[in-house]
Design a protein around this ligand. Structure first.
Ligand code: PGA
Length: 256
């Protein structure tokens, strides 16, 4: 983390778990365990249908609501899609794009991820852009090349003022939901590499202000070590974000 130059962000990714009715009891427990003071932004990314409930429940504890996906289209005949305008209109502050599960199960490619990130930025929503290598890519030694390509593609056509509002989440696919975390050194190495890619395109100042998160089996036990790395500015947390006690312990790990 480097709080002097950029925000620390702890974002939960609930995926297709929980229901709107479960939000209030979750939030009550989270509030009870929330560290005081707190030095990071806390976000919970839910299915779109649950965002209004999350916004209402999160107000007092200053927990922001985030989406998990957005349409690349602005409006029109796209049945089932949710637009950035619609997300912004209800008060959504953040939205995940390019999660590996969307890439894997919904055929999302880097061009689409780029279009979605731009759609969000145009409506004032901070995209949380997910990148990360597969196990085969790591074993073949092409992790940094692949991740650098994903970052470049996702940011294509985004100008320097907008890039400061982007959040990059480095999530090695082999670490997601598997209980296998990247070591703090592995995660730092890639996050540092991501910042170097941004620096090369946009220069030192924007690169310094982009928050880069680590995701992939981050939990109450390993969070502090990961967050102590200079280029890891927070986490994108799946499984552990479903348990208020674990999630608040990760939030507390940013108080170092
Ligand atoms: P995990 O998920 O924390 O359960 O590994 C992370 C993610 O998919 O964003």
């Amino acid at each position: 983390m480097n709080r002097k130059y950029r925000k620390t962000v702890i974002a939960g990714n609930w995926k297709m778990n929980m229901t709107a009715s479960e939000i209030k009891p979750f939030m009550d427990q989270l509030k009870e365990n929330m560290p005081k003071p707190r030095f990071c932004d806390v976000v919970l990314c839910t299915p779109a249908v649950m965002i209004p409930t999350m916004i209402k429940a999160g107000k007092e504890a200053k927990v922001f609501a985030g989406g998990q996906d957005v349409s690349k289209y602005e409006k029109g005949a796209y049945t089932g899609e949710v637009s950035a305008t619609q997300l912004a209109d209800i008060g959504t502050r953040y939205c995940i794009v390019g999660h590996s599960e969307r890439r894997q199960y919904h055929g999302e490619d880097d061009l689409l991820v780029n279009a979605k990130a731009r759609a969000l930025l145009n409506k004032g929503i901070a995209p949380i852009i997910c990148v990360g290598e597969s196990l085969e890519q790591r074993e073949a030694g092409v992790t940094m090349e692949y991740v650098a390509y994903q970052v470049k593609a996702a940011l294509s056509g985004i100008d320097a003022t907008h890039v400061r509002r982007c959040i990059i989440a480095y999530e090695p696919i082999w670490a997601i939901g598997t209980g296998k975390t990247a070591t703090a050194e592995q995660a730092q190495e890639v996050c540092e590499g991501i910042r170097a890619v941004i620096r090369k395109i946009y220069g030192a100042r924007p690169a310094r202000s982009v928050s880069i998160l680590y995701g992939g089996s981050m939990n109450a036990k390993n969070a502090a070590e990961l967050l102590a790395q200079p280029d890891i500015d927070g986490g994108l947390i799946g499984g552990a974000s479903l348990k208020p006690v674990d999630f608040s312990a990760i939030i507390a790990a940013t108080n170092q």
